[in-house]
Structures are given as structure tokens and as C-alpha cells.
Design a protein around this ligand. Structure first.
Ligand SMILES: [Fe+2]
Length: 278
């Protein structure tokens, strides 16, 4: 029966690896798999996990084994190996002296994977003289496309805030209208900064800037204007909180910090608006 060594860590339960394994089982139902999980250092993992390298790798291996068995694959053994994939494979081959028909290497996408960056799949093929199948776990990470879509949504909210601010600052009436005007005018430059930053960032990520803000509602009493501005701030704050998670998952620490600063500035702004309403 065919026997394959599957090297995976963060993508061990990814749909991509699952589908690759399923295809192999469909071809030959008695195919056996040994799952080897390198004990990747905790700080190199995408998401924070409790425990040391070994414990996390063991947990990942167990979960992946159950997952692959769930689709009918015969996982005969799981092993936790050296953090270096090459060393992990070498140890495994020496220790067990089993014959493998090939190695399946499952990694994160190029930009996120240290293994791919080191050209591991090809090095492994040359070194162990076994056919290597490289499976990329795209769906494990936040995609660039999703992040760009989110940033475009934020950009439009900022532009809506700008349009609303210009309009309300000019047209608000009465005592409250006057106070609102002062506050909104003061915030306009920072909203413009936010919008400019987001548009630049979208382009830097290789995306397309899609400007489609909705126009401010028809002018109401000052108190209604205040409520519209408060609602707008709440919306953008909740958007930035989401975006910070996505940017962090995407691995862009600089963007995380910029978004955090923007979230802080919007929170100050919201609090000032709320005070005005009291
Ligand atoms: Fe803003």
C-alpha cells in the first residue's frame, strides 16, 4: 500500500490539504499517512496559542489526525518533529526506516510561510529523493482581497464623515448647532488624513480605490445632526476594531498600529459628541 509522509503545521486541517489527501485516498483507498508536525516556535505562529512549541504541535497533530480520519484517510501515526522541516523529515526517516512513496508539504501562502521562503519543498525533494507535493493553505490566512475590501468600506465611511461634517458645520442652527459646528470643524483635518491614509494603503496593497460614499441625510434639527454624527462615529469605530483583527491576521503590523491610532482618535471624537448631547 502507498505510504506518504505529510508535513504540516498551521495548515494541517486546512481545506486545501484535506482535499489533496482526499484525492489520494480516492485514487487508492488503502493509502497510509504519517502526519509530521514540526514544533514551530510559538512566536512564528499566526495566531496566539496556549502552551509551548511541543504542546501546540501535539495538539495540532491530534486535531489534524481526527480531521483527516473523518474524511476516510488512514493516519497510522502522528509525530512532532524538529522546528526545521528538513531536520524533522530527516529524523523521521532515520528513526523509523520506513519506505515512503512521497512527501506532502502543506504550507501557508508564499508571503506568510517561512518554509516556502527557504525554498523548502524543492530542497526536500532533492535531499530525500522522494516526490514532493506542495499544498498551499490559502484559506488559513486573511486574504489581501478581503482586507482591501474592508479598507474601501472604511474609506467610504471616512468620506461620508467628511461630507457630513462640512455640511453640518455650515448649516447647523441654534446654540447646539454652533457647538456642533466648532467640534466638527476641528475634526475635519483628521478625517481627511484618515481618508488619505486609507486610499494610499489600498493602492499600496495592490488594490483599487472604490469611492462610493452615501450623501448626508437632509438637514434636520441640531439634535438630529448630533445623533447622525454619533451613529457615524460608532459605525467607524466598530469597523476599525474589525479591521485591526484582519490586519493582524494578514500580518501587517504597521497597518495595525495606524488603525489603532485612528480608532483612538475616533473614540475621542465620539466622546466629545456624546458630551455635547448631555
Ligand atoms: Fe476618521
Amino acid at each position: 500500500m502507498p505510504r506518504y509522509l505529510v508535513l504540516a503545521n498551521q495548515t494541517a486541517s486546512s481545506p486545501e490539504l484535506t482535499s489533496a489527501v482526499r484525492k489520494m485516498v480516492e485514487k487508492k483507498a488503502d493509502t497510509e499517512f504519517v502526519l509530521l508536525v514540526p514544533a514551530t516556535p510559538v512566536e512564528d505562529l499566526l495566531d496566539w496559542q496556549d502552551g509551548d512549541n511541543e504542546t501546540i504541535a501535539k495538539r495540532t497533530a491530534q486535531a489534524a489526525k481526527e480531521h483527516l480520519e473523518g474524511i476516510g484517510a488512514k493516519v497510522v501515526r502522528t509525530e512532532v518533529g524538529d522546528p526545521s522541516p528538513i531536520k524533522a523529515i530527516e529524523d523521521e526517516l532515520q528513526r523509523h526506516q520506513e519506505k515512503y512513496d512521497g512527501i506532502v508539504i502543506s504550507t501557508l501562502p508564499l508571503q506568510r510561510s517561512r518554509w516556502v521562503a527557504l525554498d523548502q519543498p524543492r530542497r526536500i525533494e532533492r535531499r530525500f529523493k522522494l516526490p514532493v507535493t506542495h499544498v498551499v493553505g490559502h484559506s488559513v490566512t486573511m486574504t489581501r482581497e478581503e482586507l482591501i475590501n474592508g479598507l474601501n468600506e472604511d474609506l467610504n465611511l471616512e468620506l461620508e464623515g467628511l461630507l457630513r461634517g462640512v455640511y453640518h458645520a455650515a448649516a447647523g442652527r441654534g446654540m447646539l448647532g454652533h457647538e456642533l459646528r466648532e467640534l466638527l470643524k476641528k475634526e475635519l483635518p483628521s478625517e481627511l488624513d484618515h481618508a488619505t491614509f486609507l486610499a494610499d494603503k489600498i493602492v499600496a496593497l495592490g488594490g483599487e480605490v472604490r469611492i462610493r460614499p452615501s450623501l448626508p441625510a437632509e438637514l434636520g434639527a441640531a439634535r438630529e445632526l448630533l445623533q447622525e454624527n454619533i451613529a457615524g462615529e460608532r459605525k467607524i469605530i466598530s469597523n476599525y476594531a474589525k479591521r485591526i483583527d484582519q490586519a493582524s491576521e494578514f500580518g501587517d503590523k504597521g497597518l495595525v498600529i495606524r488603525l489603532e491610532n485612528m480608532l483612538a482618535s475616533e473614540t475621542d471624537h465620539l466622546e466629545q459628541l456624546e458630551r455635547l448631547g448631555r
